[in-house]
Design a protein around this ligand. Structure first.
Ligand code: HPA
Ligand code: ZN
Length: 345
């Protein structure tokens, strides 16, 4: 894959942006996996960093999930989660990222015997440090694993109770096919009653029906992925009418064969249809790139203009769970950046 022109790369590099779809466990780089395995005395089924990278060949979501849950076994202490978070925030800041809304999967950790507190407090301390030292703000989103049952999701919401003032919302991730959003109707309702925002992965591999269910049954504030919504014109019209933010992940879509070819990625069509897509990295350590790498790859493959890229960055702030003043400040920064860049060939 060739890179976009130097100019477009430089434009992307300096463009202020937010990331709304990042699984923090998916930012675990192979080097860090080895470091945590060593310090925690966890056996890894890989002999080297190269061997790990060799294993990152996926044809569908489940291939990736199997290896992603395996990798997460090295995370055992609050310090591990803190270090994982800080490594991500440093990369985000280097990509002109100003804000992130992090997914984490508590059940992946509590099912291994870690108390809920370990992941939550480790991540929250990294979030505080990132704001202090890097000026990057963030929010935390607790994801329920959809391959487990709704009772397990309720138990997780209960375990999270003491942290709910520091958790912005709930999400739904893991194996999509066979696990429709309707399976989690009651727990999402309970989360809404506690004042939590709601998001759900839908339409990554699952049919348009799952996106309808996320909207009408889970009453989500954003759709994560949403690619397959485009198969249903009535659904597409509904998403446009609602101004629903879609958190789209180009390199993830390519790695998991959600798209055949990045050149055929639906992002330009989503923009043309009046939808509100954003660009995100999903699981950057596994899919080959952080936030700017996703902007560059999809811009190069589909020919997105600077104006389109600026729209995508604006969408990342208008779709974030930020207050109006913060959103306006970030959008104004983008407007000034675009104005300052125009005229440069
Ligand atoms: N899809 C579903 N579940 C996930 C993903 C994803 O891309 N990444 C981590 N959990
Ligand atoms: Zn995801």
């Amino acid at each position: 894959m060739s890179e976009p022109s130097e100019d477009l790369s430089a434009f992307i590099a300096g463009l202020p942006k937010a990331e709304l779809h990042i699984h923090i466990e998916g930012s675990l780089e192979p080097e860090q996996m080895f470091e945590f395995a060593r310090r925690n005395r966890v056996d890894l089924p890989f002999a080297s960093v190269e061997e790990i990278r060799q294993a990152y060949r996926f044809t569908r979501l489940q291939d990736f999930l199997d290896i992603y849950y395996e990798g997460a076994r090295v995370l055992l202490t609050e310090q591990d989660f803190h270090d994982l978070g800080m490594a991500y925030f440093r990369r985000l800041a280097a990509d002109s990222g100003r804000h992130a809304e992090l997914f984490f999967d508590p059940q992946t950790h509590t099912d291994r015997g870690l108390p809920f507190q370990v992941a939550a407090d480790g991540l929250l301390s990294a979030m505080a440090q990132a704001e202090r030292e890097l000026g990057v703000t963030s929010k935390l989103i607790l994801c329920f694993l959809r391959h487990l049952d709704e009772d397990a999701a309720f138990a997780t919401l209960k375990a999270a109770e003491p942290w709910l003032d520091r958790i912005a919302g709930v999400g739904l991730d893991s194996s999509e096919l066979g696990h429709p959003p309707s399976k989690f109707a009651r727990v999402f309702h309970a989360a809404g009653e506690r004042g939590l925002k709601r998001v759900a992965h839908a339409g990554e591999e699952g049919p348009p029906q799952y996106v309808w269910e996320a909207l009408d049954i889970l009453r989500v504030d954003r759709i994560d992925h949403g690619n397959r919504a485009l198969e249903d014109p009535a659904l597409t019209a509904r998403l446009a009418a609602d101004g629903m933010t879609l958190t789209v992940c180009p390199l993830s879509n390519q790695k998991l064969c959600v798209v055949d070819d990045l050149a055929a990625h639906p992002l330009p069509l989503m923009l043309a249809l009046g939808l509100k897509p954003t660009i995100n990295s999903d699981d950057p350590a596994y899919f080959g790139g952080y936030l700017n790498a996703n902007y560059r790859a999809v811009a190069e493959a589909t020919g997105l203009s600077r104006e389109a890229l600026a729209t995508l960055a604006r969408n990342s702030f208008t779709g974030a769970f930020l207050d109006e003043a913060a959103t306006a400040r970030h959008v104004a920064e983008i407007d000034a950046y675009v104005a300052g860049s125009s005229g440069k060939a």
